[in-house]
Design a protein around this ligand. Structure first.
Ligand code: 5RP
Length: 260
């Protein structure tokens, strides 16, 4: 299996595995969505089976819920949990202030609700997700199906007055039909190229009727665990201002990747 893994996959795995170490007995954990988060859920499943780790997980999508259950993780709803110790999730981009673009997988609405209801959010990502300025990755905006084209037009008009480089608004598709989220909404991907003021953009977008939630996560993420293809990880914590580099105990022998 190791031979088939790309450096990006190895980086995702290194970051997911390291972040799973933050999880302790008795914790209620927000379980993110996406390929990196899936690796983290699998690692937690391993810890549940091998160490008897006792956790309750709140998934951020139907896909993650299914995976968590199949891994033997006890799954509860956010309303059953009410508040979480920690959420671990992937991201499409993160900047130096650990502000994020999320929603590449179309799950940012539940992801934002869950992360906001957590003491701590840890993002797991490969190094390619680090950016100086957010916006190269198209910004996902979840919108109601009702009047979706009108909402798209309103967003386009609103972008004219904002500090962004591009203004193309594209309906996300799934084959020939519009992509539908777990909440039954549509997604518009905003090709902005560069977002000058992410906080302002997030506030303005969420004021538009028909917009349910945008994929900007401002002041929500506490820590990012950045994985590298050789198994090394870099941990950046916005609260302490620390940056820690770890080799990973098995990274050099490549054993780190032998169990996937
Ligand atoms: C899903 C997300 C994902 O966390 C984001 O798209 C990153 O995914 P991946 O780990 O597959 O690169 O926000 O809505």
């Amino acid at each position: 299996m190791t031979g088939e893994m790309s450096p990006i996959d190895k980086a995702k795995y290194a970051s997911a595995r390291r972040a799973a170490d933050y999880v302790e007995d008795g914790m209620k954990i927000g379980l993110g969505t996406g390929s990196t988060a899936a690796l983290m859920v699998k690692r937690l499943g391993e810890r549940v089976r091998e160490e008897g780790l006792k956790i309750q997980g709140v998934p951020t999508s139907s896909t993650t819920a299914e995976l968590a259950r199949s891994e033997g993780i006890s799954v509860i709803t956010l309303d059953e949990a009410r508040w979480l110790d920690l959420t671990i999730d992937g991201a499409d981009e993160f900047d130096a202030n650990l502000n994020l673009i999320k929603g590449g997988g179309g799950a940012h609405l539940q992801e934002k609700i869950v992360a906001t209801a957590s003491d701590q959010m840890i993002v797991i990502a490969d190094a390619a997700k680090a950016v100086e300025t957010l916006g190269a990755f198209p910004l996902p905006v979840e919108v109601l199906q009702f009047g979706g084209l009108t909402t798209a037009a309103l967003i386009e008009e609103t972008l004219v007055g904002l500090d962004v480089l591009g203004r193309e608004v594209v309906q996300r598709m799934h084959g020939d039909a519009p992509f539908v989220t777990d909440e039954g909404n549509h997604i518009l991907d905003l090709h902005l190229k560069r977002i000058g003021d992410a906080r302002q953009l997030s506030l303005v977008l969420n004021q538009i009727p028909g917009v349910v939630e945008n994929g900007l996560f401002i002041d929500i993420c506490d820590t990012v665990v950045i994985g590298h293809g050789d198994g090394k990880v870099e941990i950046r914590d916005i609260n302490t201002g620390t940056i820690t580099e770890e080799t990973g105990e098995n990274a050099e022998s490549e054993n780190l990747f032998s169990d996937i």
